[in-house]
Design a protein around this ligand. Structure first.
Ligand SMILES: *Cc1c(COP(=O)(O)O)cnc(C)c1O
Length: 236
């Protein structure tokens, strides 16, 4: 496709997603301004991603540090969200490029974030990824371990825990999906009682972002609904 064709197609899909977010907000009396659409660009070229700021999208989700760095170099004004597992040896290079890490998934990683934040004097903003669906194949902190991990974070001055993230099981079962998101909300309530603020909830992907918005998501991470069929679009 030409850039013009791509821009038109992306605008059409963005309108649809934004409309669905607004409708979900309306159903529960939320202000759509409280939901940030993170465009998960992990499957598309820099060329496709670079059209998004012109369409009002400035939040990009990437799951691999190297690809995040490549896209960030091409779109320096973009806010890049890391949504995949980070190996500790990539942390020093990745954190300075990342607006928010959604996938802090172990105490060991959190301690490495803390060391980095103390070294630079800027606490690392992050979300704790929780395995609410309890699928073995999924990453994230076990629900049972979350209170202890959160408690430990309060003693780590180099991290700023801004909230929680989860992924629902890939299923057509809307009840199960809603239960997963509701559990994240309830875990946040439990932690709030200990004095943590945790304003952000990152939940909802292409298949389930409306349910997530209805239940209180502040970030939805949408990939395939925006980019399906555009994976083969070349860089130039
Ligand atoms: C790929 C990915 C998404 C986007 O998924 P889609 O179903 O394509 O919208 C969201 N969150 C995470 C953590 C991902 O890895």
């Amino acid at each position: 496709m030409t850039d013009d064709d791509l821009r038109r197609e992306l605008a059409r899909r963005l309108d649809a997603v934004r409309g669905r977010i607004a409708a979900a907000c309306a159903r529960v009396g939320r202000d759509p301004a409280g939901v940030t659409l993170v465009a998960v660009t992990k499957t598309v070229s820099v060329r496709v991603a670079a059209l998004l700021p012109g369409l009002g999208v400035n939040d990009f989700g990437e799951n691999r540090p190297q690809e995040l760095a490549r896209k960030r170099a091409a779109i320096p004004a973009g806010r890049f969200h890391l949504i995949g597992h980070l190996q500790r040896n990539k942390l020093d290079k990745t954190i300075p490029l990342t607006h928010l890490t959604h996938s802090a998934d172990s105490l060991r990683l959190l301690e490495a974030f803390d060391a980095f934040g103390r070294k630079t004097g800027v606490p690392v903003p992050l979300l704790l990824e929780v395995n609410c669906s309890r699928e073995k194949a999924k990453g994230g902190i076990a629900v049972e371990d979350l209170p202890a991990v959160a408690e430990r974070c309060r003693a780590l001055p180099g991290v700023e825990v801004r909230g929680l993230m989860t992924m629902a099981a890939y299923t057509g079962d809307a009840t199960q999906v809603r239960a997963t998101f509701a559990e994240l909300v309830s875990l946040r309530e439990t932690l709030r009682a200990t004095g943590m603020a945790l304003p952000e909830l990152s939940m909802g992907m292409s298949n389930d972002f409306e349910a997530a918005v209805e239940l209180g998501a502040t970030f939805v991470r949408v990939g395939s609904t925006l980019f399906a069929g555009l994976e083969g679009e070349p860089e130039a």
